[in-house]
Write a new protein. Structure first.
Length: 121
């Protein structure tokens, strides 16, 4: 059974690696993967500052998602109407098993519960 819990800042390196594995699963070449490595990096500060959640199955992370202010916004605007889903990645071996759907449902419900009118992808 998959459940979703808040991420811990010390999980940032593992979540970054998960994001890279997930992205690479779709057949991107090494040059593209190298070019997007920085963009896919999860930081401890990002986990502390923005809602970040991990999908767990059998004690291990199988996916994660993170919200952030709309591009160009700052923390003061974080609660103003919309939030961006900047990360939603699933371990390649868990793709097609419902983990992404669980994370997406959690993201929608969490954004709604936090008072956001829109979840931008």
């Amino acid at each position: 059974m998959i459940f979703v819990r808040p991420a811990c800042p010390d999980e940032a390196p593992a979540l970054s690696a998960l994001a890279l594995r997930s992205k690479a699963h779709w057949g991107y070449d090494a040059g593209f993967m190298a070019a997007c490595a920085t963009e896919l990096m999860v930081t401890p500060e990002g986990i502390r500052d923005y809602p970040t959640y991990v999908a767990v199955e059998y004690g291990g992370a199988v996916g994660f998602c993170q919200f952030a202010p709309i591009a160009g916004g700052d923390l003061a605007s974080f609660g103003d109407g919309a939030v961006e889903l900047v990360f939603l990645f699933v371990e390649p071996e868990s793709i097609g098993r419902g983990c992404g759907a669980i994370l997406m449902r959690h993201a929608r419900e969490t954004a709604r519960g936090l008072g956001f009118a829109a979840l931008v992808i």
